[in-house]
Design a protein around this ligand. Structure first.
Ligand SMILES: [Zn+2]
Length: 397
């Protein structure tokens, strides 16, 4: 297999240019660092072992950088090596659900010899990521995470984006449909942890696991992201090609959507999704979407379908998204930048928590629908304490 050197600044490493995945995947898929100022871009791929397209895209794009001048530092890492070798999603635990403070604290206290397979993978990834972040901080580099995934459902690719302005900006530049509101519903993904550390991050869902186009989409998305981050300077023709490919794939799907409804299912419900649903297919209110406990499940609103459950067990049967207008995007930028949180006191039953920006508490008299206003200010995560609900937002937003 041919190899290329992709690091010219600090001790060249050698990585495979292309090649079969199974049995050959290594933790470090490639590093490119010409010793120039610029961001640290962390690319993670194969956090789920049944999603090899991201690994192939990361290898391909980092190999392309070998003979080109770059700014900053790009580090591409494979996530779950054991699961990738076996072609399975995980080794008993889901590596992309382990990035919570309690789980990480336990990991750091535990004897590594007692790690289960996915925990051992996490320990190694954490060590590398933290080392890279530390060096980046010392060098004054911005840190960006691009986490590559694929889905079981067909239909269009998309990006999962925390509703933080800097992450939104990166995702908008990449051009895949941006889905807000989904990330904070998932427990313990790497994305949430890294954004919680104040970094910029997006998850790129490139399409269906086995679809050959998925690697293509993820490669184009990576090229555009590296260009946007200032790592590379694409020539116009290449930039046009990548953006045209992403635009074609996006089709008529709105550029930004908010996940507004998640349909809960329990294993004993015997939930069966109606056939034929794919990501971003239009949904009409009251349309039949599935069967649950012998009853028809109807769509509550006009919307777009996301991740219909067709295989395996899941805790959600499907998600529904609605388009986010330009005005909302601009307004949310303005109110956050100008720290207009005081305006929230105009809402009945809403009070701010000290220090400023730490959160807002809603009481029982808060009118329904206030949540959508809180989201405008970036308050999207809620915890309930008795009849009070505390809403918090990300730091540095
Ligand atoms: Zn995944």
């Amino acid at each position: 297999m041919s190899e290329v050197s992709v690091e010219s600044g600090q001790g060249a490493r050698r990585v495979p240019a292309r090649g079969p995945l199974v049995g050959e995947v290594e933790r470090e898929l490639g590093v490119k660092d010409d010793g120039q100022p610029g961001p640290l871009v962390l690319i993670t791929a194969g956090m789920h072992g049944n999603e090899p397209a991201g690994v192939m895209a990361a290898r391909r794009v980092i190999a392309e950088l070998a003979d080109r001048p770059t700014a900053g530092r790009v580090v591409a890492l494979a996530g779950n090596l054991g699961a990738l070798r076996r072609g399975e999603r995980h080794g008993g635990q889901d590596l992309n659900r382990l990035w919570t403070d309690p789980i990480l604290a336990e990991l750091l206290e535990r004897d590594p010899a007692e790690d289960r397979p996915d925990e051992a993978e996490q320990r190694e990834l954490l060590r590398i990521i933290e080392g890279e972040r530390e060096r980046a901080k010392a060098a004054g580099r911005e840190v960006l995470l691009l986490d590559l995934h694929s889905t079981s459902a067909g239909g269009g690719p998309f990006s999962v984006v925390p509703d933080v302005i800097a992450s939104r900006r990166l995702a908008r530049a990449i051009g895949l449909p941006v889905v807000l509101g989904l990330e904070q519903r998932i427990e313990g993904p790497l994305l949430t942890w890294i954004v919680g550390q104040g970094e910029v991050g997006v998850v790129l869902e490139g399409g269906q696991h086995e679809d050959p186009q998925t690697e293509e989409v993820l490669s184009h998305a990576l090229r555009v992201a590296l260009d946007h981050a200032g790592v590379t300077h694409m020539d116009r023709a290449a930039a046009r090609r990548s953006r045209a490919c992403i635009d074609t794939i996006r089709g008529g799907v709105p550029p930004v959507l908010d996940m507004v409804y998640a349909h809960p299912v329990e294993p004993e419900d015997g939930f069966v999704m109606e056939p034929g649903w794919t990501n971003f297919k239009r949904v009409c209110a009251e349309q039949a979407l599935g069967l649950q406990r012998g009853e028809v499940v109807q769509a509550p609103i006009d919307s777009y379908m996301l991740m219909p459950l067709y295989q395996g067990l899941g805790t959600e049967g499907f998600f529904l998204c609605t388009p986010v207008g330009r005005l909302w995007l601009v307004a949310s930028r303005v109110v956050r930048r100008l720290r207009l949180d005081r305006a929230l006191r105009l809402f009945r039953g809403v009070r701010a928590v000290r220090p400023a920006g730490a959160g807002v508490v809603c009481s029982p008299e808060t009118p329904r629908g206030t949540e959508s206003w809180l989201a405008l200010f970036g308050y999207r995560t809620s915890t309930t304490d008795g009849d009070q609900v505390l809403w918090t937002r990300r730091s540095r937003d």
